[in-house]
Design a protein around this ligand. Structure first.
Ligand code: 3PG
Ligand code: MG
Length: 429
């Protein structure tokens, strides 16, 4: 048996929406419509529709099979209160535009009114329920609340991969209620695709398998690194987490973002890589800036820093007054070369503060290299969600990779090898 990326036993054998009979049935579909949304001129505007778009294949299939579709989702973290800015109503409007079909909206997710509306649906109709997190019972996975949700569910479908790491009433509890009645719970097509690419495809990847990890924190990724050290030929590190690794190697990192309490963990990972003869690359040069305090405060009440005087630092050490904000040009070039030889690529986390064009070049060079390897060499490229997806889209290369996950925390937990409660609760084949 292959080491490492074995799908948790739960996930291989789950029913999918293709396996079940839904004609004329009320199908309760949990989706992840936790989309970025902003107020503009008194109107809530969705700024990225990817998570909505990715559910359309499941919805089309259900429509064609004659299901009555009841969609449930969360938006933001309203913590059990009705929070108008976190209403899903704008999502119902957006979905209607995208699917070119009427989408009814219920201003609650449980109760008699919702039940009556759901019972009046005809095959192919779609009803989106209000934010399930307006009830504290949702996150508490309260069985009574799960039972209330399940009153409109003849069948349960979970297509919310991005929320599958949460054991909540609409992602987990409801599947148990449906099962207890002898009903079926199945994975949606997006859920199935996510499990295929983040799971099966990485179980025995074609080599060289190159893993690119970035982002702010070692602590977010250390379990993934540990797991991937059993699979990858090469691991490329960027982002602020690289500075914790540099610290572990005894270099000076100046004012760069680090996790001093993770230095030991980083050292252990470096040691494991060495023992396993895995190429573990850290940046050899960086873009550094001089951070200068301003009078302004950020949302968390910390002083906003101006990042001044950007320059390339080709030394292994970073000066006391400086902060690393991107990988440098020779690191980017070297990473791109490694990526160009890969047959399988997994990328999670940007190489620097790519939101600022001055510090985006490292991330964009990696993005271009991943897209090129996919398009020109037929490499399989899997993007583990979150900021790397944003970066690829920003570079206009989102459609040049094999797969982009819609999950953030969920993809990391799945890559760590954890069982996802939202998947575990589905019916076995
Ligand atoms: C996400 O956006 O990561 C998912 O929708 C889960 O949201 P949560 O982190 O608030 O549980
Ligand atoms: Mg999250």
């Amino acid at each position: 048996m292959a080491l490492g990326y074995v799908l948790p036993p739960c996930c291989m054998a789950k029913l999918t929406v293709n396996d079940i009979d839904v004609r004329n049935k009320r199908v309760f579909v949990r989706v992840d419509y936790n989309v970025p949304i902003e107020e503009k001129d008194g109107k809530m505007v969705i700024t990225d529709v990817t998570r909505i778009k990715e559910t359309l294949p499941t919805l089309d299939l259900l429509i064609n099979k004659g299901a009555k579709i009841i969609l449930a989702a969360h938006l933001g973290r309203p913590k059990g209160k009705r929070e108008p800015s976190m209403s899903l109503r704008p999502v119902a409007e957006k979905l209607a535009d995208m699917i070119v079909r009427h989408v009814a909206f219920a201003d609650d997710c449980i109760g008699e009114k919702v039940e009556n509306t759901a019972n009046a649906l005809k095959p192919g109709d779609i009803l989106l329920l209000e934010n399930v997190r307006f009830y504290a019972e949702e996150e508490a996975n309260d069985p009574v609340f799960a039972e209330k949700l399940a009153r409109v569910a003849d069948v349960y479908v979970n297509d919310a991969f991005g929320a599958a790491h949460r054991a909540h009433a609409s992602t987990e509890g409801i599947a148990r209620v449906v099962a207890k009645r002898g009903g079926q719970s199945a994975a949606g097509l997006l859920m199935e695709r996510e499990l295929k690419f983040l799971g099966e495809e990485l179980e025995s990847p074609a080599g060289p398998f190159v893993v690119i990890l970035g982002g702010a924190k070692v602590s977010d990724k250390i379990n993934v690194i540990d797991r991937l050290l059993e699979k990858a030929e090469t691991i490329l590190i960027g982002g602020a987490m690289a500075y914790t690794f540099k610290l572990a190697q005894g270099f000076k990192v100046g004012k760069s973002l680090v996790e001093p309490d993770k230095v030991e963990v980083a050292r252990a990972a470096l040691e494991k890589a060495k023992q396993r003869r895995i190429e573990f690359l850290l940046p050899t040069d960086n873009i550094v800036v001089t951070p200068v305090k301003t009078d302004k405060l950020d949302k968390k009440g910390r002083p906003v820093m101006n990042l001044e005087n950007p320059r390339t630092n080709a030394e292994p050490n970073i000066a006391d007054s400086e902060e690393g904000v991107d990988i440098g040009p020779s690191t980017a070039k070297r990473y791109a070369e490694v990526i160009s030889k890969a047959k399988t690529i997994l990328w999670n986390g940007p190489m620097g503060i790519f939101e600022d064009p001055r510090f985006a070049e490292g991330t964009f060079t990696v993005a271009r290299a991943v897209a090129n390897a996919t398009q020109k060499n037929g490499a399989t490229s899997i993007i583990g969600g979150g900021d790397s997806v944003k970066a690829l889209n920003k570079a206009g290369l989102g459609d040049k990779v094999t797969f982009m996950s819609t999950g953030g925390g969920a993809s990391l937990e799945f890559l760590e090898g954890k069982e996802l409660p939202g998947v575990a609760a589905l019916s076995n084949r």
